[in-house]
Design a protein around this ligand. Structure first.
Ligand SMILES: [Zn+2]
Length: 589
């Protein structure tokens, strides 16, 4: 923990003095069983105790939700704080004095305090301007236009930065505030106000401290939003907007709602969605996911319904999954964003209840518009679904979604056997759209015989069976392929592809493999011309093989001096040789 100098020493001192059982007892009623203590887990809903504390090792573990650790992790989770917070609480409790911070860190932490203090002061100025001066009129108009009530504005501490350019700077000077601090806080730059003629939204950390501001234009400024740059008190990627206000709602509802922008959050809270939060001026970061994890294990994504919103949802799903948070994706119906949905009187609770889990959403999205009963579409659908399955970290969960995906595609789960590349890596922020993530299509390997090639075509295009039947005799296939061909013929007479899917189990292992492989990676072409070419090749191969057999028997008969047999075989040889020549001269052979 580099955040605190000397933390390791203090950590061990605190650990040795803190009694885990005693600490846990403040949150959980514990019962001693043997040399352990049992209780109801404070981190998940349960009726039978699966939460255990082992005093000997000073560790705890819940067999229900899998959480566990030492006294620090318990306090972090129970008090919804980070390691530093837990260390401070336990240090105070055990009377351990935390060693002085290094001078640099100390200076930074003091600057942080000064910036936060100054920010709160500035926030009050902006708020006063918005509500109580004629200068604030454009801000009030904007809020009226967006339907934000005064009560909501006050809850979020919204304000207005005058257009003049020195109003805040002058105000701070008149109150004897340090210009250096105001500059460090990025409220003032070269003696001028940083925010001008903008509605001001204070950004507070999870403890409610004003760490930065966002200014939204009230004019036709092409820069719609201006964010405070990072300071000693603020790091964009580490703060979640409105988490301080949403904490309680998140705890009560058991999940957080992540929306795309600050105004979506503000409107959501006004409509009673008090667990809504957003990122601020950045795409979601790992740090934000980690921060959120302290408050919940489930996040409902309520992004815009357009394709950019969907892409953002896909990224958020991956990032949350990497951080151990489950997501579900809200369906806004026809509304373009949560704001519009709520204003139109949409039933939020119902939408949340019906929001599908992340992977189901992603699988459904990736096959949307495809009709999997059509082989071409099925092919495309599979190419899109496999990469989604590969993203699911837990093998058991992945398996469940494989079954689900097969169900959605109307095929048997058993058929979805393409190996998944599940190398765990940090989610790629520049992830390509789903369709482009599909692996390159595999052409059928050279290992397949011509007969197997033809059978593969039939597996994805059963309609071609009549065409094949009119050109190829079953005996033209090799013995193995013939059995498969017969079985396919029989199946297709019973009802095409659907029948093939439902009866595949009765096929032999190698046949199943051939057919599944054809479905997962169809032949490059399946049109009539291609079918005719393959049929002709199958016949050619059959004839060539027969000709070789005749020639062998012919030489045997000659050696034996069996003239009758020789005469018969010579005729046969001519007939076959002619046929082979004719087939060879046919297009493509
Ligand atoms: Zn638990």
């Amino acid at each position: 923990m580099p955040a605190l100098a000397g933390a390791d020493d203090s950590k061990e001192q605190v650990r040795s003095r803190a009694d885990l059982v005693e600490v846990v007892r403040e949150h959980v009623r514990l019962r001693q069983v043997g040399n352990q203590f049992l209780g109801l887990c404070p981190f998940h809903q349960e009726n039978t105790p699966s939460f255990r504390v082992t005093p000997q090792t000073q560790t705890w573990h819940c067999f229900g939700c899998g959480k566990g650790g030492d006294v620090f992790s318990f306090v972090e989770l129970a008090e919804k704080t980070d390691f530093r917070g837990a260390l401070e609480m336990l240090a105070e409790r055990t009377g351990v004095e935390l060693r002085q911070e290094a001078p640099q860190a100390k200076e930074r932490s003091q600057q942080r305090k000064r910036i936060i203090e100054l920010n709160s002061f500035a926030a009050k100025f902006y708020e006063y301007v918005l509500h109580s001066t004629p200068t604030g009129e454009p801000g009030r108009e904007l809020l009226a236009r967006r339907g934000v009530s005064t009560e909501t504005a006050q809850r979020f501490g919204l304000g207005f930065a005058p257009a003049g350019g020195t109003s805040l700077a002058q105000f701070l000077r008149s109150r004897k505030r340090s210009v250096a601090d105001a500059t460090a806080a990025r409220l003032v730059r070269d003696g001028q106000d940083f925010f001008r003629n903008r509605l001001i939204v204070p950004i507070r950390d999870e403890r409610g401290q004003v760490v930065a501001f966002v200014g939204r234009t009230v004019a036709d400024d092409p820069r719609k939003y201006v964010n405070s740059p990072d300071t000693a008190a603020y790091s964009k990627g580490r703060v979640l907007f409105a988490l301080d206000l949403a904490k309680e709602g998140i705890g009560g509802k058991g999940h957080a709602v992540l929306v795309e922008g600050q105004f979506d959050v503000i409107v959501a809270h006004q409509y009673g969605v008090t667990n809504a939060i957003a990122t601020s001026g950045t795409a979601l970061t790992e740090d934000q996911v980690r921060l959120l994890k302290r408050f919940t294990d489930e996040v409902v994504l309520a992004f815009d319904g357009d394709s950019a919103g969907k892409q953002a949802a896909f990224r958020a799903i991956e990032q949350h999954a990497a951080g151990g948070i489950h997501t579900r994706v809200l369906n806004l119906g026809g509304a373009k964003d949560p704001d519009e949905f709520l204003r139109a009187g949409g039933d939020w609770e119902k939408a949340v209840r019906e929001a599908p889990p992340e992977w189901e959403f992603w699988i459904r999205e990736s096959i949307q518009g495809l009709n999997p009963t059509r082989p071409r579409d099925l092919e495309l659908a599979l190419e899109r679904v496999y990469p989604v399955l590969a993203k699911i970290p837990d093998p058991a969960v992945r398996e469940a979604y494989r079954v689900k995906a097969a169900d959605l595609l109307g095929i048997e789960a058993r058929l979805m056997t393409r190996p998944l590349k599940t190398a765990r890596k940090a989610p790629d922020r520049e992830a390509a759209p789903v369709a482009q993530e599909a692996p390159p299509r595999q052409a059928l390997g050279a290992k397949l015989s011509i007969g197997q090639h033809l059978l593969s075509v039939l597996a994805v295009r059963p309609e071609a069976i009549e065409r094949v039947r009119s050109q190829v005799q079953p005996e033209h296939f090799s013995e193995d392929d013939r059995r498969t061909y017969h079985r396919m013929l029989e199946t297709f007479t019973g009802g095409g592809l659907v029948e093939l899917q439902s009866r595949l189990e009765s096929f032999e292992e190698h046949e199943q493999e051939l057919i599944r492989r054809a479905w997962a990676s169809p032949p490059p072409r399946v049109d009539d011309e291609y079918v005719d070419g393959l049929a002709s090749k199958v016949r050619l191969e059959a004839m060539q093989s027969e000709l070789r057999g005749v020639n062998r028997r012919l030489s045997e008969a000659e050696q034996r001096g069996d003239r009758d047999q020789v005469a018969l075989l010579v005729t046969e040889n001519r007939r076959l040789a002619l046929t082979v020549e004719r087939l060879k001269s046919e297009k493509g052979n």
